[in-house]
Design a protein around this ligand. Structure first.
Ligand code: ADP
Ligand code: MG
Ligand code: ZN
Length: 626
């Protein structure tokens, strides 16, 4: 219900109540009698007093009850009594009083009943009119920016200390804060402060958080808008919003304008499909114009964030615009620990909780994932009516964040359970027995998200690059599930389709992007161009011949079939071990690292994977309360 409908409803409601009140007032009026009755009662001496207001007589009897009489106006009251044959003495005994009929009350009584409906009508019309106008003004404000302003000194301000890790980024931004705090220092030396700072990084690495921290540290107004908010259905709206935003910002300088997800408007121009890109181009142009338009030392600093710097229009990155670029990396193990500590505040933890160990178990997690992990653990503990969060809650939440919630209700037949157990054991054993893979942390046949089962391997250290040999082994691990199904069941299930897709993607990249195939040599094949529409790589610019395409396919095939061969060979050699693990999995569903090592009975081939850390035993896991 809109605000206006509500006003009208309230108005109509009060109208009804008013009407009801007026009608009760009417009930209290004295009862009407006719002239003849009055004459009889005067004759019998029952009347004490009569007040005459024009044709209206207000009668008070001896017992103080009252009545009203309307007489024909031509004759006076005493005349009338005489006509009705009342004796003169009786008539004289009644006190009579004549009142002016022009009293304010009289007129009010006459006019008000007619006036009220008219006034009400006017009020109603005024309200309706206002509503229509409201819509009008809303249409007019279409082009105004929808930026949310966080005023200086707002309470929920955050500071750099609320952002863990990101050391280099914070250092760079300190400069910006300094300038906003004491611009004179810079102006005196003739220094030009960058107008635009672009934060780049994967989703969840804390770009938005960091931008808010800058505003908090500098304690200046902060205008926050998301790139997609510029783009509306109507052409020109975005541009006018940009204009409006910058006008506002200039008025409150020094301040920060933060354009989140700038890739929504800042994509390379001229590559669009359909009509929407016209609007984007105009919006982008307007941003460029505004940024060129203001003096460098005016005190407006534009921060922008994106996770797709590769698609940005080069004009945005030109000097004088977003010439400062800050990259936010995925957190490394120390950052992860620090982020976990920040989000652990105000949460009660059991004594065995070791955030360092949690950081070790979460490579590839972004800051947002870690925040989510902490929250999930707290929810889990609350659902079990615990007073503190234990390590088991936290470890369970890792998988929940990674793979989605457990699906215990997903009932598998015995045959399906066996296939799933074999499949996962396949992945795990290959990972265990190849010399350059990451250690197996956990094997499970509990369905999570879309997976029937899962195997978790975590690297001992954060690594950004792997070499060819390691990728080849990774392919073998990926094919391990498929291999196990075909070795042990002579058949395969669709459960392996995701593995195959990932393996194919990896093999293709090795061949076409990373120069890891001897047959094709050290060059890249194909240029991925991305079309704004879906923001996906839906189109590949082929810069090679049909013949090369065949070679690429052949190379991919070779990598994958080699990987499959490796996996099959290992599984054939260790049939008994696989069967042992499968039996154990069918009973206990999940094998943690220690149990896995025990069941396999072989040390990992990667000697680095031998446990060096003394891992404390976790309390035995209790079933989740229903
Ligand atoms: P982005 O904008 O890069 O996608 P956000 O800044 O929105 O990511 O981060 C989402 C959430 O993740 C933040 O609100 C915060 O709770 C958490 N987070 C991310 N990075 C960090 C960090 N470095 N320190 C503390 N919390 C972080
Ligand atoms: Mg963000
Ligand atoms: Zn698999």
């Amino acid at each position: 219900m809109s605000k206006n409908t509500r006003t009208i409803l309230i108005f109509l409601g009060s109208l009804i109540i008013l009407g009801a009140l007026l009608s009760t007032v009417n009930v209290e009026q004295p009862k009407e009698i006719d002239m003849a009755t009055l004459a009889t009662r005067v004759e019998s001496g029952e009347v004490k007093r009569v007040v005459i207001r024009g044709p209206k007589l207000e009668v008070t009897f001896q017992d103080d009850s009252t009545a009203a009489v309307t007489k024909e106006s031509t004759e006076s009251f005493s005349e009338l009594l005489k006509n009705y044959g009342v004796s003169p003495e009786r008539a004289r005994a009644v006190q009579t009083e004549v009142k002016e009929r022009t009293g304010a009350a009289y007129w009010a009584g006459l006019i008000l009943p007619n006036l009220i409906p008219i006034v009400l009508l006017f009020v109603l019309m005024w309200l309706l009119l206002r509503q229509v106008q409201g819509q009008n003004t809303r249409a007019m404000s279409f082009g105004q920016s929808t930026a949310r302003e966080m005023p200086k000194g707002a309470k929920d301000r955050i500071a750099f200390k609320d952002v863990a890790g990101a050391k280099e980024a914070k250092e760079e931004l300190h400069e910006v804060v300094d300038f906003l705090k004491s611009p004179e220092k810079f102006k005196k030396l003739g220094a030009k402060i960058p107008k635009g700072v672009l934060l780049m990084g994967s989703p969840g690495t804390g770009k938005t958080l960091l931008a808010r921290a800058v505003a908090g540290e500098a304690n200046v107004p902060f205008f926050h808008i998301s790139g997609s908010e510029f783009v509306e259905m109507f052409v020109g709206v975005g541009a006018s919003r940009v204009r409006d935003l910058f006008t506002k910002a200039k008025k409150s300088a020094p301040c920060i304008v933060f354009i989140d997800e700038i890739d929504a408007v800042g994509r390379q121009r001229g590559s669009g499909l359909g009509g929407s890109h016209d609007e984007r181009e105009q919006t982008l142009n307007q941003i460029l114009v505004e940024m060129d338009g203001f003096e460098p030392n005016l005190g407006v600093i534009v921060l922008a964030a994106t996770n797709r710097p590769d698609v940005l229009d080069p004009a945005l990155l030109r000097p004088g615009r977003f010439d400062r670029r800050i990259v936010l990396d995925m957190p490394d193990i120390n950052d992860r620990e620090a982020i976990l500590h920040i989000h652990a505040k105000k949460k009660p933890f059991a004594k065995n909780v070791d955030l360092r160990r949690l950081a070790e178990r979460t490579p590839g997690f972004s800051g947002a994932d870690l925040a989510n992990l902490m929250n999930e653990a707290a929810i889990l503990a609350a659902r079990q009516n615990k007073h503190e969060i234990s390590m088991n809650h936290l470890l369970d939440s890792i998988e929940k964040v990674m793979l989605g919630p457990e699906r215990r209700s997903h009932v598998m037949t015995d045959e399906e359970r066996k296939v799933t157990a074999t499949h996962e054991t396949g992945h795990a054993l290959i990972a265990h027995l190849l010399p350059h893979t990451d250690p197996v942390q956990k094997v499970s046949i509990i369905s999570r998200g879309r997976a029937a089962g899962y195997t978790i391997k975590t690297p001992l250290e954060d690594r950004h690059m792997k070499n060819r040999e390691e990728y080849v082994e990774e392919l073998a691990v990926m094919m391990g599930g498929y291999a196990a199904e075909s070795v042990f069941f002579n058949d395969v299930t669709p459960g392996a389709s995701n593995d195959m897709r990932e393996a194919t993607k990896l093999a293709r990249r090795m061949v076409t992007q990373w120069g890891m195939s001897d047959a094709l040599g050290p060059r890249t094949y194909g240029e991925q161009e991305d079309l704004i529409f879906l923001g996906r790589e839906i189109h590949e610019n082929r810069d090679y011949s049909e013949k090369t395409a065949e070679k690429i396919d052949a190379e991919i095939d070779r990598l994958i079939s080699d990987a499959l061969e490796t996996a099959k060979r290992i599984l054939e050699t260790h049939r008994d071990r696989v069967n042992g693990v499968v039996q154990k999995l069918l009973v206990s569903e999940t094998l943690e690292r220690e149990q896995w090592l025990e069941t396999v009975g072989l040390p990992p081939a990667n000697e680095k994977n031998v446990l060096t850390r003394k891992e404390e035993k976790l309390e035995p896991k209790k079933e989740e309360a229903a």
